[in-house]
Design a protein around this ligand. Structure first.
Ligand code: G3I
Length: 480
Protein backbone atom coordinates (compact mmCIF):
# COMPACT_ATOMS: atom_id res chain seq x y z
CA UNK A 1 0.00 0.00 0.00
CA UNK A 2 1.06 3.59 -0.54
CA UNK A 3 3.44 2.32 -3.18
CA UNK A 4 4.41 5.66 -4.65
CA UNK A 5 4.85 7.11 -1.20
CA UNK A 6 7.06 4.23 -0.22
CA UNK A 7 9.23 4.88 -3.25
CA UNK A 8 9.41 8.55 -2.41
CA UNK A 9 10.11 7.74 1.20
CA UNK A 10 12.99 5.49 0.18
CA UNK A 11 14.54 8.29 -1.86
CA UNK A 12 14.05 10.75 0.98
CA UNK A 13 15.46 8.32 3.46
CA UNK A 14 18.48 7.72 1.27
CA UNK A 15 19.02 11.44 0.86
CA UNK A 16 18.33 12.64 4.35
CA UNK A 17 18.63 9.57 6.47
CA UNK A 18 21.56 7.79 4.82
CA UNK A 19 23.86 5.77 7.02
CA UNK A 20 25.47 8.07 9.52
CA UNK A 21 23.72 11.09 8.00
CA UNK A 22 24.27 14.09 10.19
CA UNK A 23 23.59 17.67 9.18
CA UNK A 24 26.55 19.34 7.55
CA UNK A 25 26.03 22.15 10.05
CA UNK A 26 26.24 19.99 13.10
CA UNK A 27 29.44 20.03 15.07
CA UNK A 28 27.75 18.45 18.05
CA UNK A 29 24.35 16.76 18.31
CA UNK A 30 21.41 18.96 17.41
CA UNK A 31 17.69 18.32 17.20
CA UNK A 32 18.26 17.83 13.51
CA UNK A 33 21.15 15.39 13.72
CA UNK A 34 19.42 13.29 16.39
CA UNK A 35 16.17 13.27 14.41
CA UNK A 36 17.93 12.33 11.19
CA UNK A 37 19.69 9.40 12.86
CA UNK A 38 16.23 8.20 13.87
CA UNK A 39 14.68 8.67 10.45
CA UNK A 40 12.44 11.48 11.66
CA UNK A 41 11.82 15.14 10.86
CA UNK A 42 11.95 17.94 13.40
CA UNK A 43 11.19 21.43 12.18
CA UNK A 44 9.98 24.97 12.63
CA UNK A 45 8.03 27.36 10.42
CA UNK A 46 9.64 29.80 8.06
CA UNK A 47 8.33 33.22 7.24
CA UNK A 48 9.55 34.91 4.10
CA UNK A 49 10.76 37.95 6.00
CA UNK A 50 12.82 35.88 8.40
CA UNK A 51 15.66 34.49 6.38
CA UNK A 52 18.30 35.81 4.05
CA UNK A 53 19.35 38.22 6.81
CA UNK A 54 15.77 39.28 7.58
CA UNK A 55 16.14 38.58 11.27
CA UNK A 56 18.97 39.62 13.55
CA UNK A 57 21.39 37.35 15.31
CA UNK A 58 21.84 33.64 14.80
CA UNK A 59 18.29 32.95 13.68
CA UNK A 60 19.15 31.46 10.32
CA UNK A 61 22.11 29.48 11.60
CA UNK A 62 19.93 28.01 14.35
CA UNK A 63 17.21 27.19 11.87
CA UNK A 64 19.53 25.33 9.51
CA UNK A 65 21.35 23.53 12.27
CA UNK A 66 18.41 22.38 14.33
CA UNK A 67 15.72 21.55 11.79
CA UNK A 68 15.28 19.32 8.76
CA UNK A 69 11.69 20.12 7.78
CA UNK A 70 10.04 23.48 7.14
CA UNK A 71 6.61 24.87 6.48
CA UNK A 72 5.74 28.36 5.29
CA UNK A 73 3.84 30.32 7.92
CA UNK A 74 1.68 32.13 5.34
CA UNK A 75 3.38 32.03 1.95
CA UNK A 76 1.65 29.01 0.41
CA UNK A 77 -1.85 29.86 1.58
CA UNK A 78 -4.63 30.71 -0.87
CA UNK A 79 -4.47 34.51 -0.38
CA UNK A 80 -0.71 34.50 -0.89
CA UNK A 81 -0.64 32.25 -3.96
CA UNK A 82 -3.75 33.39 -5.83
CA UNK A 83 -4.48 36.93 -4.59
CA UNK A 84 -6.47 37.67 -7.74
CA UNK A 85 -8.49 35.16 -9.70
CA UNK A 86 -6.25 33.17 -11.99
CA UNK A 87 -3.16 35.27 -11.16
CA UNK A 88 -0.72 33.20 -9.21
CA UNK A 89 2.13 34.47 -7.09
CA UNK A 90 4.69 31.91 -6.02
CA UNK A 91 7.57 34.31 -5.24
CA UNK A 92 7.77 34.02 -1.46
CA UNK A 93 6.98 30.33 -1.47
CA UNK A 94 9.70 29.76 -4.05
CA UNK A 95 12.23 31.51 -1.81
CA UNK A 96 11.42 29.09 0.95
CA UNK A 97 11.54 26.01 -1.21
CA UNK A 98 14.93 27.17 -2.48
CA UNK A 99 16.16 27.68 1.08
CA UNK A 100 14.84 24.29 2.14
CA UNK A 101 16.42 22.47 -0.79
CA UNK A 102 19.74 24.27 -0.37
CA UNK A 103 19.79 23.07 3.21
CA UNK A 104 18.57 19.51 2.63
CA UNK A 105 15.19 20.00 4.30
CA UNK A 106 11.82 18.42 3.72
CA UNK A 107 8.99 20.83 2.82
CA UNK A 108 5.40 20.76 4.10
CA UNK A 109 2.93 22.74 2.03
CA UNK A 110 0.27 24.64 4.00
CA UNK A 111 -2.64 24.85 3.12
CA UNK A 112 -4.80 24.20 0.04
CA UNK A 113 -8.44 24.20 1.18
CA UNK A 114 -8.96 26.29 4.33
CA UNK A 115 -11.74 28.67 5.38
CA UNK A 116 -9.24 31.33 6.48
CA UNK A 117 -6.89 33.51 4.43
CA UNK A 118 -9.12 33.09 1.41
CA UNK A 119 -9.04 36.19 -0.82
CA UNK A 120 -12.23 38.20 -1.16
CA UNK A 121 -12.76 37.41 -4.81
CA UNK A 122 -13.53 33.78 -3.92
CA UNK A 123 -16.59 34.93 -1.97
CA UNK A 124 -18.08 36.31 -5.18
CA UNK A 125 -18.84 32.71 -6.08
CA UNK A 126 -20.23 31.56 -2.75
CA UNK A 127 -23.64 30.83 -4.29
CA UNK A 128 -22.31 29.15 -7.40
CA UNK A 129 -21.32 25.60 -6.57
CA UNK A 130 -20.06 24.70 -10.03
CA UNK A 131 -17.86 27.80 -10.22
CA UNK A 132 -16.54 27.34 -6.69
CA UNK A 133 -15.59 23.76 -7.47
CA UNK A 134 -13.78 24.97 -10.57
CA UNK A 135 -11.99 27.66 -8.52
CA UNK A 136 -10.81 25.18 -5.89
CA UNK A 137 -9.80 22.58 -8.46
CA UNK A 138 -7.86 25.10 -10.52
CA UNK A 139 -6.13 26.47 -7.42
CA UNK A 140 -5.07 23.02 -6.26
CA UNK A 141 -3.89 22.00 -9.71
CA UNK A 142 -1.83 25.13 -10.24
CA UNK A 143 -0.28 25.32 -6.78
CA UNK A 144 0.45 21.61 -6.34
CA UNK A 145 1.63 21.51 -9.95
CA UNK A 146 3.99 24.45 -9.42
CA UNK A 147 5.74 22.75 -6.50
CA UNK A 148 5.35 19.19 -7.76
CA UNK A 149 8.26 17.08 -6.56
CA UNK A 150 9.44 19.88 -4.24
CA UNK A 151 6.72 20.01 -1.64
CA UNK A 152 6.83 16.59 -0.02
CA UNK A 153 3.61 16.83 1.92
CA UNK A 154 0.52 19.04 1.64
CA UNK A 155 -2.10 20.09 4.13
CA UNK A 156 -4.82 19.47 1.57
CA UNK A 157 -7.64 20.38 3.92
CA UNK A 158 -7.13 22.50 7.02
CA UNK A 159 -9.47 22.97 9.99
CA UNK A 160 -12.65 21.70 8.35
CA UNK A 161 -14.12 20.45 11.61
CA UNK A 162 -16.07 22.67 13.97
CA UNK A 163 -14.82 23.24 17.53
CA UNK A 164 -17.79 22.57 19.70
CA UNK A 165 -19.69 19.52 18.65
CA UNK A 166 -17.87 17.41 16.16
CA UNK A 167 -19.32 18.25 12.79
CA UNK A 168 -18.08 20.07 9.72
CA UNK A 169 -17.26 23.76 10.13
CA UNK A 170 -20.33 25.31 8.58
CA UNK A 171 -19.05 28.85 7.99
CA UNK A 172 -16.29 27.87 5.57
CA UNK A 173 -16.91 29.27 2.09
CA UNK A 174 -15.98 25.85 0.70
CA UNK A 175 -18.44 24.04 2.92
CA UNK A 176 -21.22 26.53 2.33
CA UNK A 177 -20.74 26.76 -1.38
CA UNK A 178 -19.84 23.19 -2.23
CA UNK A 179 -20.76 20.96 0.72
CA UNK A 180 -18.55 18.45 2.51
CA UNK A 181 -17.57 16.86 -0.77
CA UNK A 182 -15.07 19.70 -1.24
CA UNK A 183 -12.86 17.70 1.11
CA UNK A 184 -12.88 14.40 -0.75
CA UNK A 185 -12.55 16.27 -4.02
CA UNK A 186 -9.53 18.27 -2.84
CA UNK A 187 -7.64 15.10 -1.95
CA UNK A 188 -8.41 13.46 -5.29
CA UNK A 189 -7.42 16.58 -7.26
CA UNK A 190 -4.15 17.06 -5.34
CA UNK A 191 -3.23 13.43 -5.79
CA UNK A 192 -3.92 13.54 -9.51
CA UNK A 193 -1.38 16.35 -9.91
CA UNK A 194 1.37 14.99 -7.64
CA UNK A 195 0.85 11.30 -6.87
CA UNK A 196 4.09 11.19 -4.88
CA UNK A 197 3.19 13.93 -2.42
CA UNK A 198 1.89 12.91 0.98
CA UNK A 199 -1.54 14.36 1.59
CA UNK A 200 -2.75 15.38 5.06
CA UNK A 201 -5.89 16.47 6.83
CA UNK A 202 -4.69 19.11 9.36
CA UNK A 203 -6.53 20.48 12.40
CA UNK A 204 -6.19 21.72 15.99
CA UNK A 205 -7.50 20.32 19.29
CA UNK A 206 -6.75 16.79 18.11
CA UNK A 207 -4.82 16.12 21.34
CA UNK A 208 -8.04 16.27 23.36
CA UNK A 209 -9.20 12.66 23.18
CA UNK A 210 -10.57 10.33 20.56
CA UNK A 211 -14.07 9.72 21.86
CA UNK A 212 -16.73 10.22 19.18
CA UNK A 213 -17.57 13.59 20.75
CA UNK A 214 -14.00 14.85 20.56
CA UNK A 215 -12.65 16.45 17.41
CA UNK A 216 -10.09 13.69 16.89
CA UNK A 217 -12.85 11.07 17.21
CA UNK A 218 -14.79 12.77 14.45
CA UNK A 219 -11.68 13.09 12.29
CA UNK A 220 -10.90 9.42 12.88
CA UNK A 221 -14.31 8.42 11.56
CA UNK A 222 -13.71 10.52 8.47
CA UNK A 223 -10.26 9.02 7.92
CA UNK A 224 -11.74 5.52 8.14
CA UNK A 225 -14.28 6.47 5.51
CA UNK A 226 -11.67 8.12 3.28
CA UNK A 227 -9.35 5.13 3.46
CA UNK A 228 -12.18 2.70 2.84
CA UNK A 229 -13.27 4.69 -0.17
CA UNK A 230 -9.84 5.11 -1.68
CA UNK A 231 -9.59 8.86 -0.99
CA UNK A 232 -5.82 9.39 -1.17
CA UNK A 233 -5.08 10.60 2.36
CA UNK A 234 -1.75 9.50 3.85
CA UNK A 235 -1.43 11.62 6.98
CA UNK A 236 -3.24 13.60 9.63
CA UNK A 237 -1.63 16.75 11.00
CA UNK A 238 -2.24 17.56 14.64
CA UNK A 239 -1.47 21.25 14.97
CA UNK A 240 -1.13 20.88 18.75
CA UNK A 241 -1.40 24.53 19.82
CA UNK A 242 -1.75 23.88 23.54
CA UNK A 243 -1.84 26.14 26.54
CA UNK A 244 0.04 25.62 29.77
CA UNK A 245 -2.40 26.75 32.40
CA UNK A 246 0.33 26.69 35.06
CA UNK A 247 -0.41 23.31 36.58
CA UNK A 248 0.33 19.95 35.03
CA UNK A 249 -3.15 18.71 35.88
CA UNK A 250 -4.90 21.42 33.93
CA UNK A 251 -2.67 21.19 30.97
CA UNK A 252 -5.04 21.43 28.04
CA UNK A 253 -4.78 18.41 25.83
CA UNK A 254 -2.59 15.44 26.48
CA UNK A 255 0.27 13.61 24.80
CA UNK A 256 -1.45 10.35 25.77
CA UNK A 257 -4.51 11.34 23.77
CA UNK A 258 -2.28 11.99 20.81
CA UNK A 259 -0.71 8.58 21.27
CA UNK A 260 -4.13 6.93 21.25
CA UNK A 261 -4.99 8.82 18.07
CA UNK A 262 -1.72 7.78 16.44
CA UNK A 263 -2.45 4.14 17.19
CA UNK A 264 -5.91 4.30 15.67
CA UNK A 265 -4.51 5.95 12.55
CA UNK A 266 -1.73 3.36 12.30
CA UNK A 267 -4.39 0.66 11.94
CA UNK A 268 -5.55 2.50 8.84
CA UNK A 269 -2.05 2.91 7.40
CA UNK A 270 -2.14 6.67 8.00
CA UNK A 271 0.62 8.74 9.61
CA UNK A 272 0.12 11.29 12.37
CA UNK A 273 2.36 14.37 12.28
CA UNK A 274 2.67 17.13 14.84
CA UNK A 275 2.50 20.13 12.55
CA UNK A 276 2.25 23.38 14.54
CA UNK A 277 3.27 22.71 18.13
CA UNK A 278 3.52 25.50 20.68
CA UNK A 279 2.87 25.36 24.42
CA UNK A 280 2.06 28.91 25.46
CA UNK A 281 1.24 30.62 28.75
CA UNK A 282 -1.58 33.10 29.17
CA UNK A 283 -0.56 36.61 28.18
CA UNK A 284 0.12 38.93 31.06
CA UNK A 285 1.18 36.34 33.65
CA UNK A 286 4.66 36.24 35.06
CA UNK A 287 6.37 33.15 33.69
CA UNK A 288 8.75 31.73 36.31
CA UNK A 289 11.67 29.39 35.81
CA UNK A 290 9.53 26.62 37.32
CA UNK A 291 6.92 27.34 34.65
CA UNK A 292 9.57 27.07 31.93
CA UNK A 293 10.79 23.79 33.40
CA UNK A 294 7.25 22.44 33.33
CA UNK A 295 6.84 23.67 29.77
CA UNK A 296 9.99 21.69 28.97
CA UNK A 297 8.51 18.54 30.48
CA UNK A 298 5.36 19.04 28.47
CA UNK A 299 7.33 19.48 25.26
CA UNK A 300 9.24 16.36 26.12
CA UNK A 301 6.12 14.30 26.62
CA UNK A 302 5.03 15.13 23.10
CA UNK A 303 8.46 14.22 21.77
CA UNK A 304 8.37 10.91 23.69
CA UNK A 305 5.06 10.00 22.06
CA UNK A 306 6.37 11.12 18.69
CA UNK A 307 9.44 8.87 18.92
CA UNK A 308 7.58 5.90 20.34
CA UNK A 309 4.79 5.71 17.77
CA UNK A 310 5.96 4.19 14.49
CA UNK A 311 3.53 6.10 12.29
CA UNK A 312 4.67 9.55 13.39
CA UNK A 313 7.11 11.23 11.02
CA UNK A 314 7.23 14.98 11.55
CA UNK A 315 7.47 17.11 14.70
CA UNK A 316 7.02 20.74 13.69
CA UNK A 317 7.02 23.75 16.00
CA UNK A 318 5.10 26.92 14.99
CA UNK A 319 8.06 29.25 15.37
CA UNK A 320 11.60 29.35 16.68
CA UNK A 321 11.91 32.24 19.12
CA UNK A 322 9.32 33.70 21.49
CA UNK A 323 10.17 37.06 19.99
CA UNK A 324 8.60 36.22 16.64
CA UNK A 325 5.45 34.22 17.30
CA UNK A 326 1.81 34.47 16.29
CA UNK A 327 0.77 33.43 19.82
CA UNK A 328 0.03 36.99 21.00
CA UNK A 329 -3.02 36.92 18.73
CA UNK A 330 -4.29 34.02 20.81
CA UNK A 331 -3.61 35.81 24.09
CA UNK A 332 -0.71 33.51 24.82
CA UNK A 333 3.02 34.02 25.25
CA UNK A 334 6.39 32.29 25.42
CA UNK A 335 5.28 29.09 23.75
CA UNK A 336 8.40 28.21 21.76
CA UNK A 337 11.76 26.61 22.50
CA UNK A 338 14.08 29.63 22.13
CA UNK A 339 13.70 32.82 24.18
CA UNK A 340 13.55 36.41 22.93
CA UNK A 341 17.33 36.48 22.64
CA UNK A 342 17.51 33.23 20.70
CA UNK A 343 18.83 31.34 23.70
CA UNK A 344 17.60 27.75 24.05
CA UNK A 345 14.98 27.34 26.77
CA UNK A 346 14.48 24.30 29.03
CA UNK A 347 12.05 23.07 26.36
CA UNK A 348 14.93 22.80 23.90
CA UNK A 349 17.00 20.79 26.40
CA UNK A 350 14.02 18.52 27.09
CA UNK A 351 13.57 17.76 23.40
CA UNK A 352 17.27 16.95 23.09
CA UNK A 353 17.07 14.70 26.15
CA UNK A 354 14.10 12.82 24.79
CA UNK A 355 15.82 12.22 21.45
CA UNK A 356 19.02 11.02 23.13
CA UNK A 357 17.12 8.74 25.47
CA UNK A 358 15.34 7.00 22.61
CA UNK A 359 18.09 4.87 21.07
CA UNK A 360 18.29 4.88 17.29
CA UNK A 361 17.37 1.19 17.09
CA UNK A 362 14.21 1.75 19.16
CA UNK A 363 12.73 4.37 16.84
CA UNK A 364 10.86 3.23 13.74
CA UNK A 365 11.02 5.57 10.80
CA UNK A 366 7.77 5.55 8.81
CA UNK A 367 9.90 6.70 5.88
CA UNK A 368 12.26 3.74 6.08
CA UNK A 369 10.01 0.86 7.03
CA UNK A 370 6.37 -0.06 7.19
CA UNK A 371 4.47 0.95 10.30
CA UNK A 372 1.28 -0.73 9.18
CA UNK A 373 0.09 -3.34 11.66
CA UNK A 374 -0.62 -6.85 10.39
CA UNK A 375 -4.37 -6.87 9.92
CA UNK A 376 -4.45 -10.02 7.84
CA UNK A 377 -6.01 -11.94 10.72
CA UNK A 378 -9.13 -9.83 10.63
CA UNK A 379 -10.74 -8.35 7.56
CA UNK A 380 -10.06 -4.66 8.23
CA UNK A 381 -10.91 -2.01 10.76
CA UNK A 382 -12.26 0.11 7.95
CA UNK A 383 -15.14 -2.26 7.29
CA UNK A 384 -16.83 -1.28 10.53
CA UNK A 385 -17.02 2.33 9.53
CA UNK A 386 -18.20 1.69 6.01
CA UNK A 387 -21.06 -0.35 7.40
CA UNK A 388 -22.41 2.81 9.06
CA UNK A 389 -21.51 5.09 6.24
CA UNK A 390 -24.13 6.51 3.94
CA UNK A 391 -21.85 8.74 1.89
CA UNK A 392 -19.77 6.30 -0.10
CA UNK A 393 -17.72 8.22 -2.60
CA UNK A 394 -17.33 7.24 -6.20
CA UNK A 395 -13.64 7.68 -6.92
CA UNK A 396 -14.12 6.52 -10.49
CA UNK A 397 -15.89 9.76 -11.46
CA UNK A 398 -14.57 10.57 -14.90
CA UNK A 399 -15.23 14.30 -15.09
CA UNK A 400 -13.06 15.46 -12.25
CA UNK A 401 -14.40 19.00 -12.40
CA UNK A 402 -17.42 17.55 -10.68
CA UNK A 403 -17.23 16.88 -6.98
CA UNK A 404 -16.57 13.37 -5.84
CA UNK A 405 -20.23 12.75 -5.23
CA UNK A 406 -21.90 10.51 -2.71
CA UNK A 407 -23.59 7.38 -3.99
CA UNK A 408 -27.12 6.96 -2.81
CA UNK A 409 -27.75 3.37 -1.88
CA UNK A 410 -25.78 0.50 -0.43
CA UNK A 411 -25.88 -3.13 -1.47
CA UNK A 412 -27.28 -5.47 1.13
CA UNK A 413 -24.82 -8.19 0.10
CA UNK A 414 -21.44 -9.07 1.62
CA UNK A 415 -18.09 -9.84 0.08
CA UNK A 416 -14.87 -11.56 1.11
CA UNK A 417 -11.67 -12.80 -0.48
CA UNK A 418 -10.39 -16.36 -0.29
CA UNK A 419 -7.08 -16.88 -2.05
CA UNK A 420 -7.35 -14.91 -5.24
CA UNK A 421 -11.13 -15.26 -5.53
CA UNK A 422 -13.58 -12.55 -4.54
CA UNK A 423 -16.86 -14.01 -3.28
CA UNK A 424 -19.96 -11.86 -3.51
CA UNK A 425 -22.73 -13.30 -1.40
CA UNK A 426 -26.21 -12.49 -2.58
CA UNK A 427 -25.15 -10.98 -5.89
CA UNK A 428 -25.51 -13.01 -9.04
CA UNK A 429 -24.12 -10.30 -11.27
CA UNK A 430 -22.33 -7.08 -10.46
CA UNK A 431 -19.56 -4.85 -11.68
CA UNK A 432 -16.39 -5.13 -9.62
CA UNK A 433 -13.62 -2.52 -9.55
CA UNK A 434 -10.48 -2.59 -7.44
CA UNK A 435 -8.42 0.48 -6.53
CA UNK A 436 -5.08 0.79 -4.84
CA UNK A 437 -4.96 2.81 -1.65
CA UNK A 438 -4.39 6.01 -3.59
CA UNK A 439 -7.62 5.50 -5.47
CA UNK A 440 -6.07 4.40 -8.78
CA UNK A 441 -8.05 1.74 -10.66
CA UNK A 442 -6.12 -1.54 -10.88
CA UNK A 443 -8.69 -4.17 -11.80
CA UNK A 444 -12.15 -4.32 -13.30
CA UNK A 445 -14.45 -7.24 -14.11
CA UNK A 446 -18.06 -8.28 -14.34
CA UNK A 447 -19.11 -10.87 -11.80
CA UNK A 448 -21.49 -13.44 -13.33
CA UNK A 449 -21.93 -16.17 -10.75
CA UNK A 450 -21.04 -14.68 -7.38
CA UNK A 451 -17.29 -15.01 -7.75
CA UNK A 452 -14.52 -13.09 -9.49
CA UNK A 453 -10.98 -14.28 -9.98
CA UNK A 454 -8.64 -11.38 -9.16
CA UNK A 455 -5.90 -11.80 -11.72
CA UNK A 456 -2.51 -10.13 -11.94
CA UNK A 457 -2.65 -8.25 -8.63
CA UNK A 458 0.26 -8.02 -6.21
CA UNK A 459 -0.45 -8.87 -2.60
CA UNK A 460 -1.53 -5.96 -0.42
CA UNK A 461 -4.56 -3.93 0.58
CA UNK A 462 -7.11 -2.76 -1.98
CA UNK A 463 -10.45 -1.01 -2.09
CA UNK A 464 -13.16 -3.09 -3.75
CA UNK A 465 -16.13 -1.30 -5.22
CA UNK A 466 -19.12 -3.40 -6.20
CA UNK A 467 -22.00 -1.97 -8.17
CA UNK A 468 -25.30 -3.58 -9.05
CA UNK A 469 -28.42 -1.86 -10.32
CA UNK A 470 -27.17 1.57 -9.23
CA UNK A 471 -26.33 0.44 -5.71
CA UNK A 472 -22.76 0.47 -4.51
CA UNK A 473 -20.72 -1.17 -1.78
CA UNK A 474 -17.11 -0.37 -0.97
CA UNK A 475 -14.78 -2.36 1.26
CA UNK A 476 -11.13 -2.96 1.90
CA UNK A 477 -9.69 -6.38 1.16
CA UNK A 478 -6.24 -7.83 1.65
CA UNK A 479 -4.77 -10.09 -1.00
CA UNK A 480 -2.13 -12.45 0.29
O1 G3I B 1 -0.77 39.87 4.27
C1 G3I B 1 -1.19 40.98 5.08
C2 G3I B 1 -0.43 42.18 4.71
O2 G3I B 1 -0.74 42.52 3.40
C3 G3I B 1 -0.77 43.28 5.69
O3 G3I B 1 0.00 44.38 5.43
C4 G3I B 1 -0.55 42.84 7.14
C5 G3I B 1 -0.96 43.89 8.14
O4 G3I B 1 -1.30 43.32 9.36
O5 G3I B 1 -1.30 41.71 7.37
C6 G3I B 1 -0.93 40.64 6.54
O6 G3I B 1 -1.67 39.51 6.83
C7 G3I B 1 -1.38 38.85 8.05
C8 G3I B 1 -0.84 37.47 7.73
O7 G3I B 1 -0.68 36.74 8.93
C9 G3I B 1 0.50 37.53 7.00
O8 G3I B 1 1.45 38.16 7.78
C10 G3I B 1 -2.67 38.73 8.83
O9 G3I B 1 -3.08 40.01 9.26
C11 G3I B 1 -2.50 37.82 10.01
O10 G3I B 1 -3.78 37.58 10.61
C12 G3I B 1 -1.93 36.51 9.56
O11 G3I B 1 -1.79 35.70 10.70
C13 G3I B 1 -1.50 34.34 10.43
C14 G3I B 1 -2.68 33.47 10.86
O12 G3I B 1 -2.35 32.13 10.64
C15 G3I B 1 -3.94 33.79 10.06
O13 G3I B 1 -4.94 32.87 10.32
C16 G3I B 1 -0.28 33.97 11.27
O14 G3I B 1 0.85 34.70 10.79
C17 G3I B 1 -0.03 32.49 11.15
O15 G3I B 1 0.97 32.11 12.08
C18 G3I B 1 -1.30 31.71 11.47
O16 G3I B 1 -1.05 30.36 11.25
C19 G3I B 1 -2.13 29.46 11.53
C20 G3I B 1 -2.02 28.28 10.61
O17 G3I B 1 -1.99 28.71 9.29
C21 G3I B 1 -3.16 27.29 10.83
N1 G3I B 1 -3.23 26.88 12.21
C22 G3I B 1 -3.28 27.97 13.16
C23 G3I B 1 -2.11 28.92 12.96
C24 G3I B 1 -2.12 29.98 13.97
O18 G3I B 1 -3.30 30.76 13.82
Amino acid sequence: MHKSHSAMAAILAATLFGAGAVSAYAQEPTLRSLAEERGRYVGAILNSQWFGGGLPGDYEKIHKTQFNVVVAENEMKFDATEPQEGRFNYGNGDKMVKYAKANGMRVRGHALAWHSQVPNWVNNYKNDKKKLLAVLKNHIEKVVGHWKGQVDEWDVVNEAVSNNEPMWRSYSVWYQGIGPEFIDSAFVWAHAVDPDAELCYNDYNLEQGISPKAKAGFVLEQVKRWVANGIPITCVGSQTHVEDTTTDKHFIGSPDSLRAFARELAKLGVKLNITELDIGFKSGINVSSADLARQGRNYREYMDVFLEEPNMGTFLIWGVSDKWSWLGGLNRQKGLIYDDNLRPKPAFDSLMASLKEHPVESVVSPYKQSFIPDTTKQDTTANDSTAKDTTVKDTTTKDTTDAIMPSVARLPASLHVAGSVLHLTGMASARVDLFDMQGRPVFSAKCENGTVELKGLASGRYVVRVEQNGMVDVKNVILK
